[in-house]
Design a protein around this ligand. Sequence first.
Ligand SMILES: Nc1ncnc2c1ncn2[C@@H]1O[C@H](COP(=O)(O)OP(=O)(O)OP(=O)(O)O)[C@@H](O)[C@H]1O
Ligand SMILES: [Mg+2]
Length: 261
Amino acid sequence: MTSTEPITPNSDGSTAGDPAAPKTSAMSPALDAADSRGSNILEVRNVSKSFHDPVTVPVLKKVSLEVKRGEFVSITGKSGCGKSTLLYILSTMDTDYEGEVMIDAEPTRGLSGERLARIRNEKIGFVFQFHYLLPEFSVLKNVMLPGLKLGKHSAEEVEHRAMKRLRDLDMHEHAFKGANQLSGGQKQRVAIARSLINDPLIIMGDEPTGNLDSRNSGIVFDIFKSISAHHEQSLLVVTHDNDFASRTDRIIEMDDGKVIG
Ligand SMILES: Nc1ncnc2c1ncn2[C@@H]1O[C@H](COP(=O)(O)OP(=O)(O)OP(=O)(O)O)[C@@H](O)[C@H]1O
Ligand SMILES: [Mg+2]
């Protein structure tokens, strides 16, 4: 796979929390895996990657970073500096790299494809510049898909959880519309609801507001902020929007495949 491909959210999207749910083990077991705010949900040690196409070009050069529980972190940097390539590795979709990626204290190197898919589904939520909703399904079904795929709850329970997330994002009135009958900002809110369905520990975004106007970008920012503030889920978001980045807890700046600040 290449880093320029979109990280298709497991053909469904992904995971993360019930923005209003109490943190009980019954509601969010993934959250309980990390003991407290302050623990690292994501740890990246000396990750390097080169493309060989046809000559070898190093694209990531010993990138190290960490994201703590409940932290809202942005990644910025010039076009081509390696942000999407890095996110693709952190999402466990790309396993062709050197270094170490630990998710919720579990080293991911060498794990089977099946185990990685499970980690992805259970612990990571994804939101992208383009929402990747499936147009042939309703809004509700789109949000449910990663939950059905994880198979932890009955279809009825997944539907209930999906409706709750749509309500939290003020999209419940659109639940039975086709996914292609929404505005761009509405689609992105549905994509966020979908990313939250499995109560992930961390939500990763690759330019999630890149396709939105400033009003809708502000709405998405506020939703992310509230997810990290109230639910102790972490966010790692690549953005070109300096205003968006400046309002996050911490900015990781990249240049030419390295973290420079
Ligand atoms: N499959 C590939 N084969 C060869 N080179 C690639 C491949 N995918 C990406 N690259 C190169 O790797 C570098 C980093 O690409 P990447 O998509 O990670 O950049 P980015 O920081 O996300 O940029 P943007 O802000 O434009 O999205 C670029 O120089 C790109 O041309
Ligand atoms: Mg990119």
